[in-house]
Write a new protein. Structure first.
Ligand code: SF4
Length: 308
């Protein structure tokens, strides 16, 4: 772990902004796309870069925004890695989001998010909060191989239930689906039934497959060699150097996915899910009186005072 002062914290503009308080990740998922060379890491992926000034940057960025919006975190690095226990930077950023009246969406695989459940509930009460949880593998023995340093799928389902009990909406990422490993009817059905059981709002899937590119591919294949001898050769024969690796059963699995989502009233396309996650309802978007004050150069106070 090493510490840096970042220059900025929010990416995107308008109706949705993303942030990463950490860069790199210690969860060790064997298929991790964030390892891909195109992201130009200048340090080992597990040597977490900590943006120590993230709370100050976020406070300033939110204060300068004219309209409230959803602030997302967790797209490139899990915001609830081990280091968050001692550093608490994700928590401080959520507190800033709450006090400034913005919405939040957090993507994680970790049950450490439960530490902040009251804070998330408060954000959801005053604006909006959506938790996104990845569930790839219902079989916990396989889960410990493909996602070795984070809690099991069963535990993540308990987390989803706890969030539901607090009224916090959730969306599940059922991705990636790894050819010949978790691409079974039993796995997809079990994950989706579990989602339905804990009231998940929607499930994101990108075509029942996996993506691999330079950096990510080498790491994945090394893990296959360690845990599933002969599997890498099977991949190379079928997919070569392709970026997209759809499961041989993708069509059949997608049919099951759509049927179960429909039966249980869960959103089932990435577009629907992302729209739901990123939209802050109109009534919360309005700029506060304080913000209007700044925007109008104090004219609102003058009007109020003239009416007294
Ligand atoms: S949690 Fe996400 S960023 Fe972290 S190792 Fe797993 S896939 Fe990569």
């Amino acid at each position: 772990m090493h510490f840096v002062d970042a220059k900025g914290i929010l990416t995107g503009s308008g109706g949705y902004c993303g942030m990463n308080v950490y860069r790199g990740c210690s969860h060790g998922c064997i298929y991790c796309d964030s390892r891909s060379r195109c992201y130009c890491f200048t340090h080992p992926f597990e040597d977490i870069e900590v943006k120590q000034n993230a709370p100050e940057l976020l406070e300033a960025a939110l204060k300068s925004k004219k309209r409230k919006c959803m602030i997302g975190t967790g797209a490139m690095s899990d915001p609830y890695m081990h280091c968050e226990e001692e550093l608490g930077l994700t928590r401080r950023c959520l507190e800033i989001i709450l006090t400034n009246g913005f919405g939040a969406t957090v993507q994680t695989k970790s049950d450490r998010i439960l530490r902040d459940i009251d804070l998330l509930e408060e954000i959801n009460r005053t604006a909006k909060c959506v938790v996104q949880m990845t569930l790839t593998t219902y079989d916990d023995d396989l889960c410990r191989i493909v996602e070795p340093n984070v809690c099991s799928t069963k535990r993540r389902i308990e987390v989803l239930a706890a969030l539901r009990d607090k009224g916090i909406p959730t969306v599940v990422w059922l991705t990636p689906v790894l050819p010949y490993l978790n691409d079974t009817e039993e796995n997809i059905t079990s994950v989706l039934q579990a989602c339905a059981g804990v009231g998940v709002k929607g499930v994101i899937d990108f075509g029942m497959g996996l993506t691999l590119r330079e950096g990510d591919r080498e790491y994945y294949y090394a893990a296959l060699d360690r845990h599933f001898p002969g599997m890498k050769e099977r991949y190379v024969r079928r997919y070569g150097d392709a970026y997209l690796l759809p499961s041989p059963k993708a069509k059949e699995l997608k049919g099951i996915f759509l049927r179960i989502c429909e039966e249980n009233h869960m959103l089932s396309t990435p577009e629907e899910c992302f729209r739901y996650i990123r939209e802050l309802p109109e009534k919360y978007q309005q700029i506060s009186l304080f913000d209007r004050e700044e925007e109008t150069g104090g004219r609102i106070s003058e009007v109020f005072q003239s009416n007294e």
